[in-house]
Design a protein. Structure first.
Lengths: 105, 268
C-alpha cells in the first residue's frame, strides 16, 4: 500500500473516531451541568467562527469580497424579516450571484 | 444587545437543563400555527436543500485533491470515509505544498476535532443507541449539527439530521468524483453564489439561539472574533476550532446556573 493511501485511510479513521467520540461519551459525564452547558454553547461558538471565516477570509488571508458580504447582508435582512430558512439561503446566493454577474467582486 | 423583553421570560431556555432541544425556539422560526405536519416536513426539506447546495463544493475538493497529487480513487475515498470538508481540504493542501504525509494527516485529523464537540452535543439531542451510533457518527458535520440543533423538538432534530446527512453525503461524494475527473473546470460554484450558502445557512440556523439569550450572543460574537483574529496566523481550520474557547470562557465564567446572567450583563 502506498504512503498516500496510508495517509488517506489514517485521516479517514481519525476523523471518524473523533465524530464517534462525542456520541459514546458516558451519560454520567454529560450529567455534569458545566459540561452540558459547554456542549450546548460550543456549537454556537464554532458555527459563528465558521460564518466569520467563510465570510471574511480566503485561506489565511482576510479578504473583503463585496459579492459574498452583500449575500450575507441579504441573509441578515431576510432573517430580520423572519423569512423561512429556504428563502434566506436562496436570497443570499442569488444576491452574490447577481452581483458577480454584474461584475462586482 | 438584549432588549428587555427578551430577558427573564418564564421558562427561559437557558435556565432549563432539559436535555432535549428546547421547544420555545419554534416561536422564533416561521412556524405556521395549526400546521403540525409542517414540523415534520420542514426539517427534512431544509436539510435536503442544505445538503444539495453545500455538497456542490465537493467539486472544488475533487479538483484540489487531484491537482495536489491524489488519485481519483483517493479523493473519493476521503469523501466517502473521512467525510469532513475541512480535514479533507487540509490533507490535500498539505500534500500539494509538499509537506510530509504524516504531518498532513495529523493536521487533518486535529481539524476534525470540532466534530467531536458537535457529537458531544448531538448525543443529547439525537439519543441514538447501540450500533446506530456507528452510522450517525459518520453524519456529524457542521451542516447536520446546525440543522439538528435549530429544530424545536428531538423528532424534528433527528429528521433534520438524517435528511442533511443523506443529501449532503450523496451530493458531496458525487461532486467530489465529478471534480476529480475534471468537471470542476466547466463552471465555478461561486458564480452561482454557492459559496455564500454555507455561511448564510449557518447564520440562519444559529439565529434562534442568538435570539434566545445574551450568553449565546456573547459566545457567538466571541467565537467570530477569535476565528477572524487567528486566521492570518494559524493554518486554515484551526481558528474555527479555537473559537470554542468562547464557549469555554462563558461556562467557566461563573457557576453554571448563574453563568448566563453574568455573561448577559457583560454583553451589554
Amino acid at each position: 500500500m502506498s504512503a498516500m493511501w496510508i495517509a488517506v485511510l489514517a485521516t479517514a479513521a481519525g476523523c471518524y473516531a473523533l465524530k464517534l467520540t462525542g456520541l459514546i461519551v458516558p451519560e454520567r459525564l454529560l450529567a455534569s451541568p458545566r459540561l452540558r452547558r459547554f456542549a450546548e454553547l460550543v456549537p454556537v461558538a464554532l458555527l459563528a467562527g465558521l460564518v466569520a471565516v467563510q465570510a471574511g477570509a480566503k485561506g489565511s488571508a482576510l479578504v473583503l469580497d463585496p459579492a459574498r458580504l452583500a449575500g450575507l447582508a441579504a441573509a441578515v435582512v431576510a432573517l430580520l424579516l423572519r423569512a423561512p430558512f429556504l428563502v434566506v439561503i436562496v436570497v443570499a446566493a442569488a444576491t452574490a450571484a447577481l452581483l458577480r454577474l454584474a461584475g462586482v467582486g | 444587545m438584549a432588549t428587555p423583553h427578551e430577558r427573564g421570560r418564564p421558562g427561559d431556555p437557558v435556565r432549563d437543563d432539559s436535555p432535549v432541544v428546547r421547544p420555545e425556539r419554534e416561536g422564533t422560526r416561521a412556524v405556521h400555527p395549526g400546521r403540525e405536519d409542517a414540523r415534520a416536513v420542514r426539517p427534512v426539506r431544509d436539510g435536503i436543500l442544505l445538503g444539495l447546495a453545500v455538497g456542490v463544493s465537493g467539486l472544488a475538493f475533487g479538483a484540489a485533491a487531484v491537482s495536489a497529487g491524489l488519485s481519483v480513487w483517493q479523493a473519493s475515498a476521503l469523501s466517502l470515509l473521512a467525510y469532513t470538508g475541512a480535514s479533507q481540504f487540509a490533507l490535500a493542501g498539505a500534500i500539494a505544498s509538499g509537506g510530509s504525509l504524516l504531518a498532513g494527516a495529523t493536521g487533518a485529523i486535529l481539524l476534525g476535532s470540532r466534530n467531536a464537540l458537535y457529537s458531544l452535543r448531538l448525543a443529547d439531542v439525537l439519543r441514538v443507541r447501540g450500533l446506530a451510533r456507528l452510522l450517525a457518527a459518520q453524519g456529524v458535520t457542521d451542516e447536520s449539527t446546525a440543522l439538528a440543533l435549530a429544530q424545536p423538538d428531538p423528532a424534528a432534530a433527528r429528521a433534520g439530521f438524517g435528511a442533511t446527512f443523506a443529501a449532503l453525503y450523496l451530493t458531496w461524494n458525487a461532486a467530489t468524483l465529478a471534480g476529480a475527473i475534471g468537471a470542476g473546470r466547466v463552471g465555478s460554484p461561486a458564480a452561482l453564489g454557492l459559496d455564500v450558502v454555507g455561511p448564510a445557512a449557518f447564520l440562519a440556523l444559529i439565529w434562534p439561539r442568538l435570539a434566545s439569550g445574551g450568553t449565546e450572543r456573547a459566545v457567538a460574537a466571541g467565537g467570530a472574533v477569535i476565528a477572524l483574529t487567528l486566521t492570518p496566523v494559524l493554518p486554515p481550520g484551526a481558528p474555527v476550532i479555537l473559537a470554542s474557547v468562547a464557549a469555554l470562557t462563558a461556562v467557566l465564567g461563573g457557576r453554571p446556573d448563574v453563568a448566563r446572567d453574568t455573561a448577559t450583563e457583560a454583553a451589554q
